[in-house]
Design a protein around this ligand. Structure first.
Ligand code: SF4
Ligand code: SF4
Ligand code: SF4
Length: 675
């Protein structure tokens, strides 16, 4: 065979007579993207991704159909090539209807593969479920108990009857594995020789520590409190999250070699500059521990507590003197934790003061219902006006009655006072649970956001100081739910690991394809009610801090896992279409048009074909014809209505396909699935 000498990207290569540029480049390990090419079949040139520049030729050429020739000078990457490929891919994507990931995963702030672990539990494989969860979330037993589960808001099972109990399945699987004699352990990379110091051992800091330790870095967490856990330990009551569950998951992180330093405060024990100097990289994850003040007289009186301060004191084992009549101001989950804690401390009359109505309360419904069951009363459309004292201590709370105004542009109705309508409640204490801010004293050189939080780049997590990163509640938008802090810890660990290795790799939210669905599409699904978890009786549980949820049984959990509708694409990890879409940073919304509807058919019985995901690359058809030697698949229809499918239900074809499945393997997207 004659050898042909050519240059690709400045590298001298040898090609063979009759070989294409794509083949020669691939042999040399130079990647040229393609969706429709496969070594086993004749080239097709359909996807348009493999375009290259040839010196001396004005037009871009397709590498899959241009034969090499002596002296050729080829370039496979340039702004013009990238632009052309991007447009080709955007056109393909503009007619692509599919869900890369389940909506549960897209809604989870940590991006947990909910579909994967829910289905693993459905198969009775909790170990695999924990392995999947721990890819993105290191503390499933903890987070599964306390997460307000935004994933369940998005769960498609809602369109049939009720969402899957995703969060509680997570803690179920984690509990099973933690109890097993041989719990699942992650693989740790060899030591990198790099050190990372993390200030703050809450959900963000612990998550970052876990993933950085897995990468082989030597991680130390320094925290101001006596034990690690941050708000998970000092902000969440034990009846929702038993301390021994948290302890166990934190000890798993320590087992990776992460060192813990407690009772350590920047500015008191050491300067920030001193801490910074000891590590290759530093992460600030100090959380938001300062209660927000409100415009209300009397806040200096004895018996007035900040919601977070109150919960921290109780979680430290103290018993703040709250008396018998307690007003809790606020409508979020901290307010619910505070009022239910007050009940457990023996208060007789606990009232939640909230300025809007029940339907606007940001707290989870479940928390509100459980508080009401335990005897908490609610004063809606009420706002504190003045805390009144006697001998320096709280004696009553004057509240203003409110009404809701007209909806604003966002549809939210602002509360406004009803003139002259006030009421005085006799109370012994007032707990102000109105939100949290961060205290940055000791971090004077760090640039803050306009909100007073630490300004951190949303892609690199870097602050204004080289090698100093910041994550979690202390940064940018401020306090959020714990799973969001864990998610940020995980993403930051990826970026910081790369940075420590000298690579600039900012985090970018992956582009995914999403499908519009309606309840009608699920009308054939059997109605299976959501698993209902047993809880301790309110009359009993209101007297102690023992966990109130009794957990799912094995039968309940496995049945619940099997309710999953399998919304995400089975091919997400292998799909070349989505891999290229992300590397080329496509913007398919620039090219909007009609889409082939995402219906599935199973004419070949062993193969499911999703028309919405098919990009008409023709690879399946050519593999069927040229490799399998069958010619079962063909192009049907014209123009936009063209589809690839078997033309008729041929029993012989059905039998052949069952043993072949070559088209399924060749398909570059998730359009074909072996059943
Ligand atoms: S085929 Fe690829 S791009 Fe399409 S839904 Fe599946 S993973 Fe996403
Ligand atoms: S049905 Fe399953 S895959 Fe679909 S959103 Fe719910 S948990 Fe996720
Ligand atoms: S089904 Fe066939 S034509 Fe459609 S994307 Fe897959 S291989 Fe290409």
């Amino acid at each position: 065979m004659d050898t042909i000498n050519l240059t690709v990207n400045g590298i001298s290569l040898s090609g063979h007579e009759g070989e294409t540029i794509l083949q020669t480049a691939q042999r040399a390990g130079i990647e040229i993207p393609t969706l429709c090419n496969d070594e086993s079949v004749e080239h097709y040139g359909g996807c348009g991704l493999c375009v290259v520049e040839l010196e001396g030729t004005a037009k871009l050429l397709r590498a899959c159909s241009t034969l090499v020739s002596d002296g050729m000078v080829v370039h496979t990457d340039s702004p013009r090539i990238r632009q052309s490929r991007k447009i080709a891919l955007e056109l393909l994507m503009s007619d692509h209807e599919g869900d890369c990931r389940g909506p549960c995963t897209l809604k989870c702030p940590a991006g947990t593969d909910c579909m994967g672990y829910v289905q693993a539990i459905g198969r009775g494989d909790c170990r695999e479920a924990v392995r999947i969860i721990k890819d993105t979330l290191p503390m499933p037993a903890t987070i599964g108990r306390i997460c307000p589960h935004p994933c369940e808001e998005a769960c498609r099972r809602r369109l049939v009857e009720e969402p899957i109990s995703i969060a509680r399945l997570k803690s179920y699987a984690a509990d099973v594995v933690l109890r097993s004699p041989d719990p699942w352990k992650p693989t740790v990379s060899p030591p990198s020789g790099k050190t990372v110091g993390i200030i703050g051992g809450g959900p963000a800091g612990l998550s970052a520590a876990y993933y950085l330790a897995l990468k082989g870095h030597k991680v130390t967490i320094a925290d101001a409190m006596p034990q690690m856990g941050g708000m998970l330990r000092y902000g969440i009551p034990g009846y929702r999250l038993p301390k021994q569950v948290l302890d166990r998951e934190i000890s798993d992180i320590a087992e990776l070699g992460v060192e813990f330093i407690n009772n350590y405060r920047i500015g008191k024990d050491e300067t920030f500059a001193g801490f910074r100097a000891r590590y290759d990289a530093v992460i600030i994850a100090i959380g938001a521990w300062t209660g927000t003040r409100i415009d209300c007289a009397g806040q200096e009186l004895r018996g007035v507590f900040g919601g977070i301060d109150f919960l921290r004191e109780v979680n430290l084992g103290h018993r703040p003197d709250i008396g018998e009549r307690v007003a809790v101001v606020g409508g979020g989950n901290t307010a619910m934790d505070a009022c239910r804690t007050a009940i457990r401390l023996g208060a007789e009359d606990v009232r939640v003061i909230y300025r809007r109505t029940r339907s606007e309360m940001p707290a989870q419904d479940e928390e509100i219902n459980e508080a009401a069951e335990e005897g908490v009363k609610f004063e809606f459309l009420s706002a504190p006006e003045e805390i009144i004292g006697r001998n320096g201590a709280v004696s009553s709370l004057r509240i203003r009655k409110m009404e809701l105004g007209e909806p604003d542009a966002g549809g939210r109705r602002a509360p406004r006072p009803i003139p002259g309508a006030t009421e005085e409640l006799d109370v012994d204490s007032v707990i102000l649970a109105l939100g949290q801010t961060t205290n940055v004293s000791g971090f004077e050189d760090i640039v803050l956001s306009r909100k007073g939080t630490i300004a951190a780049d949303e892609h690199t997590f870097s602050t204004n100081i080289e090698g100093v990163f910041a994550i979690g509640d202390a940064t940018n938008g401020g306090a959020d739910i714990a799973v969001a802090a864990c998610g940020e810890g995980h993403r930051a660990a990826g970026v910081i690991d790369a940075w420590l290795r000298g690579i600039d790799l900012p985090y970018r939210k992956p582009y995914v394809s999403e499908r519009e669905v309606t309840a009608k599409m699920y009308s054939d699904k059997e109605v299976i009610p959501r698993a209902s978890m047993a809880k301790r009786d309110p009359g009993e549980r209101r007297h102690d801090f023992r966990q109130i949820e009794l957990g799912l049984t094995t039968e309940q959990a496995e049945r619940e896992g099997r309710r999953c509708l399998n919304c995400g694409c089975h091919d997400y990890e292998q799909c070349r279409l989505i891999r290229y879409a992300n590397t080329m940073r496509i913007e398919p919304e620039r090219i909007k048009g009609d889409k082939h509807p995402g219906y599935t058919e199973r004419k070949l019985e062993a193969i499911e074909r999703d028309q919405g995901k098919c990009i008409l690359c023709g690879l399946c058809m050519r593999v069927c014809e040229e490799v399998a030697g069958e010619g079962i698949l063909g192009l049907v229809g014209r123009g936009f209505s063209t589809v690839i499918k078997p033309e008729f239900n041929d029993p012989r074809a059905i039998a052949v396909c069952r043993d072949c499945l070559k088209c399924v393997k060749a398909c570059p997207t998730g359009a074909l699935r072996a059943l």
